[in-house]
Write a protein that binds this ligand. Structure first.
Ligand code: FES
Length: 89
């Protein structure tokens, strides 16, 4: 199923079978926002191993963008504010 998700409030179209990371990158979004250790979140390993692609889903959970299938209406944002709120460093 194709559809629309939202990255930092902006609509991003996705194609059937795409992950969140694939949809974001196809839309020209390579920087997934601030990450721990003053790094920038991004697509890196693509297999759920590095955690570099963590983003916030609907403001209340962290997901691996490289593994999570894109779904209609997902609201995604940078992970760091949520990680700090939960004490991850
Ligand atoms: S890119 Fe490494 S876990 Fe997603």
């Amino acid at each position: 199923m194709s559809g629309t998700l939202y990255w930092m409030g902006d609509a991003v179209a996705f194609r059937a079978g795409e992950t969140v990371a694939a949809a974001l990158r196809r839309s020209g979004i390579d920087d997934f926002g601030p990450a721990l250790g003053e790094l920038r979140a991004r697509y890196f390993c693509g297999i759920g191993s590095c955690q570099a692609c963590l983003v916030s889903l609907n403001g209340d959970s962290l997901i691996e963008a490289c593994l999570t299938p894109a779904r209609e209406g997902m609201r995604l944002s940078a992970a760091l504010p949520l990680a700090e709120e939960h004490g991850h460093e």
